[in-house]
Design a binder for this molecule. Structure first.
Ligand SMILES: Cc1cc2nc3c(=O)[nH]c(=O)nc-3n(C[C@H](O)[C@H](O)[C@H](O)COP(=O)(O)O)c2cc1C
Ligand code: SF4
Length: 463
């Protein structure tokens, strides 16, 4: 039996067990309410959270308007409405137990507006905000102005130091703690910096110890570190408990709570997770945000990998190196290396006859159906990201001015679809690298789906 110490989170003593926020609709009012009800911390995802029509059904169409700017405005209004609706649900379930947090991706367009709108509309129901993907330097100011605690998600001591210097030093009162998310192990987007090798994971202990030393130096000894990424059972983390090098600590579970009775995700997605093996989760860089991310290798991800493998460099002018013409269309021809001709030819013969340029002077090969879908996705863009490599949408200017990148995909479309019972082959399945443990952990044997209560009891015992 492990010795878990309660920790003060968002102004209240709770169990050091936190539900990692998961968008889109990977955590909601119900799942987070049940975590809080157990005396833990639940986290509602604010990324296009569900709101309901007059019949109590989630509203699936987020905008019917045509212009991208208008669709974006509808998306933001819906996200605020959804966040408030989910906070009310969570509050009702939790009673006065535990804490309710919300999670937002900083790199979403108008993330500040969404956080402020939800905190305003759900006053008193939300106790903390967690925010990652990028450097959420304004988070301290926004949360403090609402009297709510904030938790930046970082992957290194250095990232926290930058945030502290740039802004958080002025908002230390409401800094609730710091989430350390392991960039090699966590599900969803991963905060690997250019200095870190995706192939060479580092020991989390040393990185967390460094983060604690940094917090102590800044006078933040009391602020807990929340460890996320690769946490399955706490008996494996005993070295981190009651350890002055780590200090006050709590643990965030992202992947594991996805199979519970209260998890919003579909049975089909849960079934895929139950059958993964070590190595089935791939850390890759196809997200239109430009960040690394971790997802299960299914048909959707395999096709992105294949497309990338088929990529060929070109030159607009013929020269000694690029001497072989390749017609992109009736009106445009580029030049590739002679050695790449067979690679191009094989793809075209296999039906990948639409050749698309990337922003890196390369081309990739698509089927006509893939190309039609890509154009349709771009036309239906809701402007969800501050900068999107797939559609070239920019929240600030309407367009990034860059070429659309056919090696990426519309992340809003696929996460919204899979978050609402979509096809598990045709969508991106974010998951942490320890998802294979569902197949090994006796708790999940014979298709058993635990309740959140059962899960928390097991976690408390170190199982
Ligand atoms: C399906 C999925 C979606 C996620 N979405 C988000 C998100 O929207 N925002 C966020 O900060 N983290 C997100 N995460 C990360 C989790 O909150 C958590 O920190 C991470 O999964 C922890 O690692 P683990 O999966 O090994 O437990 C997501 C993770 C998964 C598996
Ligand atoms: S195309 Fe890009 S910005 Fe537009 S909705 Fe999709 S992911 Fe978001």
């Amino acid at each position: 039996m492990i010795k878990l110490k309660n920790v003060v989170i968002s102004g209240k003593e709770v169990l050091p067990i936190i539900e990692g926020g998961k968008g889109i609709n990977g955590t909601d009012g119900r799942s987070s309410g049940h975590f809080a009800k157990e005396g833990c911390v639940g986290t509602i995802s604010l990324v296009s959270a569900d709101f309901y029509d007059e019949n109590g059904k989630p509203v699936m169409e987020r905008s019917v308007r045509i212009k991208r700017q208008e669709r974006h405005e509808d998306l933001i209004a819906g996200a605020i409405k959804g966040g408030i609706a989910q906070a009310q649900i969570a509050h009702e379930i939790a009673g006065n137990n535990g804490r309710i947090h919300v999670n937002e991706l900083w790199e979403l367009a108008d993330s500040e507006k969404v956080i402020s709108g939800v905190l305003e509309g759900a006053k008193g129901l939300i106790h903390g905000v967690t925010c990652g993907a990028g450097l959420p330097y304004k988070l301290g100011e926004i949360a403090s102005s609402h009297g709510v605690y904030y938790y930046p998600i970082v992957s290194s001591a250095r990232a926290f130091q930058i945030l502290w210097k740039r802004s958080y030093a002025n908002y230390s009162e409401f800094l609730g703690g710091v989430v350390y998310e392991d960039p090699w192990l966590a599900g969803g987007h991963n905060g690997l910096s250019n200095a870190e090798n995706p192939e060479e994971p580092q020991n989390p202990y040393n990185r967390i110890k460094e983060l604690r030393a940094t917090l102590n130096k800044l006078g933040l000894q009391e602020k807990p570190i929340i460890i996320a990424g690769g946490v399955w059972c706490l008996s494996e983390w005993e070295d981190y408990l009651d350890n002055p090098e780590i200090g006050a600590v709590a643990f965030q579970f992202g992947t594991r709570p996805m199979i519970t009775k209260e998890s919003p995700i579909s049975q089909a997605w849960q079934n895929v997770m139950r059958h993964t093996k070590p190595g089935d989760v791939i850390l890759q860089r196809f997200s239109p945000t430009g960040f690394y991310s971790s997802a299960i290798k299914n048909k959707f991800l395999s096709r992105l990998m294949e497309r990338k493998d088929g990529e060929i460099a070109y030159s607009l002018e013929a020269n000694e190196e690029f001497d072989t013409p390749l017609a992109l269309s009736n009106v445009k021809t580029v030049y590739i290396k002679a050695a790449d001709f067979a690679k191009a030819d094989n793809q075209m013969k296999a039906g990948y006859t639409v050749i698309q340029e990337t922003p890196d002077s390369t081309v990739v090969f698509l089927t006509p159906a893939e190309w039609a879908e890509m154009k349709d996705d771009r036309a239906k863009c809701l402007g969800c990201l501050s900068q999107c490599q797939f559609s070239a949408w920019s929240g600030a200017k309407g367009t990034t001015g860059k070429m659309c990148d056919p090696r990426t995909y519309c992340i809003h479309k696929t996460l919204f679809d899979i978050g609402h019972n979509g096809n598990t082959d045709a969508n991106l399945l974010f998951a942490g690298h320890q998802v294979y443990r569902f197949a090994q952990d006796p708790m999940y044997a014979n298709g058993h789906i635990p309740t959140t209560h059962e899960l928390i009891e097991a976690i408390k015992e170190g199982r």
